[in-house]
Design a binder for this molecule. Structure first.
Ligand SMILES: [Fe+2]
Length: 265
């Protein structure tokens, strides 16, 4: 009679021990994976980590970096390319009347108007209306009177041959335009450098810019500007004050400074 209870107790004890062992055995493996999984799960981090973690973070950075890098590269490339040509642009803007006023002034020599002048050029700075390829030229100018005082509000018309050596007589007036002098007498244009063109007799005319200056609709100066480095220019045949030096700014871009002095009336 006393055996059965002991057996029962043993069975109970065995059963309890087995149950405990099972719990421990089950609890152990359950807990362990989580940590590796947490660590390794972060490999999900690897996945996510790559995409999430680094994805969220790095990826963000990477993408941004990539994008930025790309766009920076592209921008650099594009901007570099265009800006190179135009880099100069932000830096090389029209300056108008940027030089100190001279102390003495002699009126500017006149020169022929030629047959291509029109009276209705639009007021604008960029004269490369058709976005034609060619060497660009910044033309910075100032208009003074014989006392070296700035002449304000005068009309300055500029027209010249295109890189093909022709005058655009269409309504576009490519390579032609008008400026109104500012409070310093300044005016400026961005255009294409004209080439020498045929004189119709087997020779060439030296490259030149045509000008008319008007005040209240009255022509006060008609003249031309030539370029000192033009091989077609015979400087001995032109007044020295009409020959300008082209200052190189960058590849394909130069600047000329023009100063006109009106004759006293
Ligand atoms: Fe001409």
């Amino acid at each position: 009679m006393s055996k059965p209870p002991t057996d029962l107790r043993r069975r109970d004890l065995l059963a309890q021990s087995f149950a405990l062992a099972m719990i421990v055995a089950c609890a152990g493996p359950e807990k362990e994976p989580p940590s590796p999984v947490d660590d390794t799960g972060e490999p999900s981090g690897d996945d996510s980590g790559g995409d999430d973690t680094s994805g969220d973070d790095t990826s963000g950075e990477t993408e941004t970096g990539d994008e930025t890098g790309d766009s920076a590269t592209e921008t650099g490339g594009e901007t570099g390319g265009e800006t190179g040509g135009e880099t100069a642009e932000p830096e090389a803007t029209c300056e108008g009347a940027s030089e100190p006023l001279p102390s003495t002034c002699e009126s500017t020599s006149g020169d022929g108007e030629g047959p291509y002048y029109r009276t209705d050029y639009p007021e604008r700075v960029n004269l490369n209306v058709l976005e034609e390829a060619g060497d660009e030229l910044l033309v910075d100018g100032r208009l003074l009177d014989e006392r070296c005082k700035p002449v304000v509000g005068a009309t300055v018309d500029l027209w010249h041959a295109t890189p093909k050596g022709i005058y655009d007589m269409s309504g576009d007036y490519h390579c032609s335009g008008r400026a109104i002098t500012d409070s310093q007498g300044g005016f400026c244009f961005r255009t294409l450098r004209p080439p020498p063109y045929s004189n119709g007799m087997g020779g060439f005319l030296a490259a030149h810019l045509h000008w008319n200056v008007l005040i209240s609709g009255e022509k006060r100066l008609t003249t031309q500007t030539y370029f000192a480095d033009d091989p077609e220019l015979d400087a001995t045949t032109k007044p020295a004050d009409l020959v300008a030096t082209v200052e190189p700014i960058s590849e394909g871009l130069g600047r000329v400074r023009i100063e006109f002095v009106l004759r006293p009336r």
